[in-house]
Design a protein around this ligand. Structure first.
Ligand code: ZN
Length: 363
């Protein structure tokens, strides 16, 4: 055999206490194989010899796709875009078992050679990927909350049953020239509007807003858990709670991402009651309406008697209460001598998110 010819004096078969027989090892594959075999006898338990290639035991293959997405929205300039990893199988569209991009105005986005969805901002493909990614991150976030609390319950869409596993459809361009976005139970979908604000020339796409997409997904998640809360004859405070859950979803989703926690800490010097993009919901949409604190400001002290009767106005009361709890918890828990502020904020927000979700389920 060729291997034999290369290694005429095999140390495995020679006596141990004899000095090694002189031969010049050549760094061939056969020699390395031989040395490995010899080492197993000399040093049992050694994972690998110095200079040997890494273990041949394959690491478990991680399914998932990288996506490029807006961190907040195109108007929050210091946040910009980020690459994010979505664990799980993501197919062309993008779509997966629960969420499907199905906008007739956008040709399906194909993954690249690495299975990733990295496209240019300000293109329909980017909008489809960004919208899908935010919906997916939101659903994953709440699934984690339930799993970590020990409640092994699924988070179905409202229409799901043993015979209907239809996904939530996403239409990033679903409402042309409409200054709004909505969740529709009867159409199994989220639709996002785009419009040119009066006096401006640049079109605003609501699907590009992290906050708005998270808010609408919040409606879909809550509707799956509490179908009666969306009925037309529900009192306005119930509708207000639905809207608040949407805004809190945007805040919790931002705080489930460590880079956003770091940005909040840096922006506010760790004081959550300072002005921050975190409390400003839908910044770009708010700017289009002439507001510099977003469409709504979560850091408010409104009371029910001040808020009026419109569901979005009422929602601010509950959102403001939960935001105050978040700020208090963070102030109480932070200890820069022991732990990084961003890590504390990430942890505290995760705990509060689970509390809110479980409380709503129990309600
Ligand atoms: Zn809403």
């Amino acid at each position: 055999m060729e291997q034999r010819a290369l290694l005429p004096d095999d140390p495995i078969t020679t006596e141990r206490d004899q000095p090694p027989v002189a031969f010049i090892p050549t760094p061939s594959a056969a020699y390395r194989q031989h040395r490995k075999a010899a080492q197993l006898l000399d040093q049992p338990g050694s994972p690998r010899g110095a200079g040997e290639p890494a273990s041949e035991v394959p690491l478990p293959y991680a399914f998932g796709a990288r996506v490029l997405m807006w961190k907040q929205d195109p108007s929050v300039l210091d946040m910009g875009t980020r690459k994010a990893f979505l664990p799980g199988i993501v197919l062309a569209g993008p779509r997966d078992a629960r969420i499907a991009s199905g906008d007739p105005g956008i040709s399906p986005v194909e993954p690249n050679a690495f299975g990733d969805f990295v496209t240019m901002p300000d293109t329909p493909q980017f909008d489809a990927v960004h919208t899908f990614a935010v919906v997916r991150q939101t659903l994953t976030m709440y699934q984690r909350s339930l799993s970590s609390s020990g409640a092994e319950m699924p988070l179905p869409w409202q229409w799901n049953s043993s015979i209907d596993t239809a996904p939530l459809q996403i239409f990033p361009y679903g409402l042309p020239n409409v200054m709004n976005a909505f969740y529709s139970r009867t159409q199994n979908c989220l639709k996002f509007g785009d419009f040119v604000p009066s006096g401006q020339s640049e079109r605003v796409f609501t699907c590009r807003s992290f906050d708005i997409v998270a808010h609408e997904t919040g409606h879909a998640v809550l509707d799956g858990l509490k179908p009666h809360w969306l009925l037309a004859d529900a009192p306005p405070q119930t509708g207000g709670l639905h809207e608040s859950f949407g805004d809190l979803t945007a805040i919790f989703l931002a705080l489930s991402q460590l880079d956003q926690c770091e940005a909040v800490v840096a922006q506010t010097k760790a004081r959550l009651h300072d002005k921050t993009f975190l409390a400003d919901i839908a910044e770009q949409f708010g700017l289009a309406l002439g507001s510099t604190t977003g469409l709504r400001n979560a850091d408010n002290d409104l009371t029910l008697s001040q808020a009026g009767t419109q569901v979005h106005a009422i929602s601010q009361v509950f959102t403001g209460g939960v935001y105050d709890i978040l700020a208090d918890l963070f102030a109480l828990e932070r200890n820069p001598a022991l732990e990084d502020d961003a890590a504390v904020l990430h942890r505290v927000a995760s705990w509060l998110r689970g509390l809110v979700l479980r409380a709503l389920i129990a309600a």
